[in-house]
Ligand binder design. Structure first.
Ligand SMILES: C[S@@+](CC[C@H](N)C(=O)[O-])C[C@H]1O[C@@H](n2cnc3c(N)ncnc32)[C@H](O)[C@@H]1O
Length: 207
């Protein structure tokens, strides 16, 4: 693949990034793991025995944390359109969130316990053109919210990655229709110049 100046800069930054080095040392599959750890430290997302759905899970940093935190009585169901090497305690499905057949299979695999927490770190392939990237990311977020509305039981929570820009405010309004509390989080592990922001919806209710 041809290296553009921006992909070269990303690679240089990535290799010298302290979170990347830390992830390697501590055995996490992604630097994204530190974003979830930070949010969890503040918001206490996990409890032992919980059932968690991880959307856009590959390469598996968030799933690693979720599986450890819910413990042997919990369950982690993970989805990504890319392959992901197996992780203990994680039921991985390879497929696209936009693929109905794949999502039906996942929904059918859930028992009456439903899901306590949906986490979504899904992101489209970034082109660098906001007019293309933002609608794509909002579309993924809408699909994630549709899934959450189907699987969460009342009182459940959802953590989702979004990008600042067109469509974000309307999406937050939509979240507020289903969650009693909605809060923004920008963990330190998220690069300052990145437009990504995490939004946490708590206490799900059916309208
Ligand atoms: C930032 S990565 C997730 C990193 C992960 N949280 C971790 O800690 O390892 C975003 C993921 O979203 C996935 N993704 C993007 N669009 C998707 C879609 N339509 N369906 C399923 N997964 C998707 C990508 O394949 C990618 O692996």
């Amino acid at each position: 693949m041809k290296k553009t100046p921006s992909s070269q800069r990303w690679l240089q930054e990535h290799h010298s990034d302290s979170y990347v080095l830390q992830a390697r040392k501590e055995g996490y599959r992604s630097r994204a793991a530190y974003k979830l750890l930070e949010i969890d430290r503040r918001d206490r997302l996990f409890r032992p025995g919980m059932v968690v759905l991880d959307l856009g899970a590959a390469p598996g940093g968030w799933s690693q944390i979720a599986a450890r935190r819910v413990g042997p009585k919990g369950r982690v169901v993970a989805l990504d359109r890319l392959a992901m090497p197996p992780l203990p305690g994680v039921e991985f499905h390879q497929g696209d969130i936009d693929d109905e057949e794949c999502m039906d299979k996942i929904l059918k695999s859930l028992d009456e316990r439903g899901i306590d927490l949906v986490i979504s770190d899904m992101a489209p392939n970034i082109s660098g053109v906001n007019a293309v990237d933002l609608p794509r990311s909002i579309y993924l977020a809408e699909l994630a919210l549709d899934v959450a509305r189907k699987v969460l039981h009342p009182g459940g929570d959802m953590l989702i990655k979004l990008f600042q820009g067109a469509g974000l405010d309307d999406y937050i309004k939509e979240l507020r229709r289903s969650f009693r509390k909605v809060a923004h989080r920008k963990p330190q592990a998220s690069r300052a110049r990145s437009r990504e922001v995490y939004v946490l919806g708590r206490d799900f209710h059916r309208e």
